[in-house]
Design a protein around this ligand. Structure first.
Ligand code: MN
Length: 381
């Protein structure tokens, strides 16, 4: 029986991860969430968790009150998240929090030699250099939970990675596929939150509408699979059925297909290399009839272009675009900036900052903070 610890348990990936654990008898030793303590406590009871942690410290007392009928240890804050990540006696640490907050727990787990199932994009985008270096040093395996990276990972099984010629990273195109910038000028928060194929949390749904999400995934792919930016092609598949593909040196292309449901990549990461029945609708190609493919529109979607430029420039630039985007999305959701402002801000940061190197976690924090301050400054004038 496998044992995991999980941070981000009340989010979209977190709750689906727990569904997979329930179905396949995976033991959940520790759980953490941002601030939804009622659901968190419910999950902790259901799985008999030994440790339960809430990130927002003002929710600590409430969580303690909800756990008094158990022997569970109750923790809070970043220290708590890191304890969940470092926990002894687990096979896999699952990181499904949203944002930069996921980076330190990832580094702590690697330090302990713990294998990781990773849904937290920002970990690799902001800290890719140090995360991959440390993971290699410690022999830690990182299993991607993101559907695209899981697809690429699956396509590489049984093949020699040295013969990988190109990654074909697929995108849904988001709710604003085919639109021009002029048509996107007055997009509302509600319109941006309405994704055609995937149901996800707010931050990633906005990132999918701006195509920032694909930009982040582009950067992640570079780190996870050790390829150059020139060797990753983004292709829009409107149906989100081809989850990504790889091309080998003989130009044979192998792709992974399935209905758009995160349970498949979550289960593959948790049970790798085993494959068991998954609680999803099966793919019927004939029900779809046709699959459509397009080039992405780099003109309209500034965020996507900015991410690719950032990883080509290297150093702190990926971290800067990520930090700027997190801040900009927050402002958009608060209705303080427009939809297109997100792209303007994210691409603006590339020309505003001199190159900086990333060698340590502190360097990442510094760049991230600088990016956020830039956004606040820019918006308040
Ligand atoms: Mn994805």
């Amino acid at each position: 029986m496998k044992t995991i610890s999980l941070i981000g348990s009340t989010g979209s990936i977190g709750t689906q991860t727990l569904d997979v654990c329930m179905k396949h008898n995976i033991k959940v030793k520790a759980l953490a969430a941002k601030r939804s303590v009622r659901l968190l406590a419910e999950q902790a009871h259901k799985f008999n968790a030994e440790i339960v942690c809430v990130f927002d410290e003002d929710k600590y007392n409430e969580l303690c009150g909800l756990m008094t009928d158990t022997d569970a240890e109750v923790l809070c804050g970043m220290d708590g998240l890191c304890k969940v990540a470092e926990l002894d006696g687990i096979d896999l640490f699952v990181n499904s929090v949203v944002g930069m907050v996921g980076l330190l727990p990832t580094l702590k787990a690697i330090e302990k030699g713990r294998d990781i199932a990773l849904a937290n994009k920002e970990t690799l985008v902001a800290g890719g250099i140090i995360v991959m270096q440390k993971a290699e040093e410690k022999g830690v395996k990182i299993y991607p939970i993101d559907s695209e990276h899981s697809a690429i990972f699956q396509c590489l099984q049984g093949n020699d990675k040295k013969q990988l010629n190109k990654i074909i990273l697929t995108a849904s195109g988001g709710p604003f596929f085919g639109k021009t910038k002029a048509e996107l000028e007055n997009v509302t928060v509600e319109q941006a939150l309405n994704h055609p194929n995937w149901s996800m949390g707010n931050k990633i749904t906005i990132d999918s509408a701006t195509l920032m999400n694909k930009g982040l995934e582009f950067i992640e792919a570079k780190w996870l699979f050790g390829v150059e930016p020139e060797d990753i092609e983004i292709v829009v598949n409107r149906e989100s059925v081809l989850h990504s593909a790889v091309e080998f040196d003989d130009y044979s292309v192998i792709g992974q297909l399935g209905t758009p449901d995160m349970k498949i990549p979550i289960q593959y990461a948790l049970l790798y290399p085993e494959r068991y029945e998954c609680d999803v609708n099966r793919l019927s190609l004939t029900d779809y009839g046709t699959l459509s493919f397009y080039k992405p529109d780099y003109e309209t979607f500034d965020c996507l272009r900015a991410c690719i430029e950032a990883i080509k420039k290297g150093g702190a630039y990926p971290c800067l675009v990520n930090g700027a985007n997190e801040e900009a999305v927050k402002l958009f959701l608060e209705r303080r900036i427009s939809f297109l402002d997100i792209g303007r801000i994210v691409s603006g940061i590339l020309t505003e900052f001199e190159p900086m190197e990333i060698n340590t976690y502190e360097d990442v924090l510094k760049a991230d903070k600088a990016a956020r301050e830039y956004v606040v400054r820019r918006v308040s004038v």
